[in-house]
Design a protein around this ligand. Structure first.
Ligand SMILES: Nc1nc2c(ncn2[C@@H]2O[C@H](COP(=O)(O)OP(=O)(O)OP(=O)(O)O)[C@@H](O)[C@H]2O)c(=O)[nH]1
Ligand SMILES: [Mg+2]
Ligand SMILES: [Zn+2]
Length: 302
């Protein structure tokens, strides 16, 4: 009997691992095939839906890239963008006290999530490391994001706390975990899929930084429905060039004030009659978020 894959017509598949040069494609029967993309196709990434043809038992060629519903982008280092993953509903921005909290990085990821028309979710992991003197800072961070309208959770992959709430946010959608190396992205996934062989790293005692344990973006099927993508940690994340109006759209709490500035083309820096800056002065918008906006608008100044 001929297997489905041996027939010479394109099959539907989902890219579940992106190794860069080739991709692991999940066929509709759940089997995995290591594929190369036909020349001329754009860079295929995790989450892509494709049409492919088998070239062997477990190998194949990606023939067509099907339309992407959403695309999470990052800078390519050359004024352009490259996709990190596609067909995502939710971007989970993970942070922890170790490596140190980076508020600007969280805000950059939130903007990237907003610009990709996906929902950001902030997760502060390693709650077990929170000492009494850290408590206020962490509580305030979570309260601030919630006040803006973003969901924010506290978890510990180590002590298994907050995992039920975390799991509930994942059902029936595709989410990607992003954040610094060593915050515990893979550790959270391992909590949900204990039987899977998922590499978890060590923090370097010297630097307190993670050592980039995860190297390939990988999509995991969740037992209760939904997909969760693990991504390699970053030192830094660059949005790349975003047009100025677009950037303000990445800040959800600014929306109520946009259009009220004196100048139509207000960049919300030091223009007179700026409604955004007036709201910051009135304490209606957070200084910290405004600072992130300014840094993103004029990255060369920082
Ligand atoms: N104390 C504590 N340590 C944790 C927790 N979650 C993860 N870790 C530890 O943090 C280190 C890094 O965890 P990983 O899951 O590999 O981190 P990652 O974000 O996937 O890192 P990259 O793959 O490099 O991006 C490991 O030593 C974990 O055991 C937690 O909730 N509490
Ligand atoms: Mg990892
Ligand atoms: Zn303005």
């Amino acid at each position: 009997m001929k297997s489905e894959a041996s027939e010479n017509r394109p099959l539907h598949g989902l890219v579940v691992v992106n190794y860069g040069k080739n991709q692991l494609v999940e066929a509709s029967d759940g089997d995995l095939h290591r594929c190369v993309a036909r020349r001329g196709l754009p860079q295929i990434v995790c989450g892509d839906e494709v049409e492919w043809q088998a070239t062997g038992e477990q190998t194949g060629v990606i023939e067509t890239l099907l339309p992407r519903r959403t695309t999470l982008l990052r800078a390519d280092g050359n004024k352009g963008h490259r996709p990190l993953a596609t067909n995502i509903d939710q971007v989970i921005i993970e942070a922890a006290l170790e490596p140190a909290l980076d508020y600007y990085l969280i805000d950059k990821y939130i903007v990237a999530a907003e610009l990709a028309n996906t929902t950001p979710l902030v997760v502060i992991n390693k709650s077990d490391l929170i000492r009494p003197e850290d408590r206020e800072r962490i509580d305030r961070l979570i309260a601030e994001y919630r006040a803006i309208g973003y969901s924010a959770l506290l978890t510990s992959a180590l002590e298994n706390t907050g995992i039920t709430e975390f799991t509930e946010r994942l059902t029936d959608k595709t989410s990607i975990l992003v954040g610094q190396s060593g915050v515990g992205k893979s550790s959270l996934i391992k909590r949900l899929l204990p039987a899977r062989d998922i590499a978890v790293g060590r923090l370097s005692a010297a630097s307190g930084l993670g050592k980039h344990t995860t190297t390939s973006t990988t999509l995991y099927r969740l037992p209760r429905g939904g997909n969760l993508i693990d991504s390699p940690g970053v030192r830094d994340f660059h949005l790349g060039e975003v047009d100025r109006n677009g950037l303000a759209d990445g800040f959800r709490e600014f929306q109520a004030y946009l259009g009220q500035c004196r100048f139509n083309d207000c960049r919300h820096l030091s223009e007179p009659g700026c409604a955004i800056n007036a709201a910051v002065a009135d304490g209606k918008l957070l200084d910290r978020r405004m600072e992130s906006y300014r840094r993103l608008l004029q990255p060369e100044k920082y």
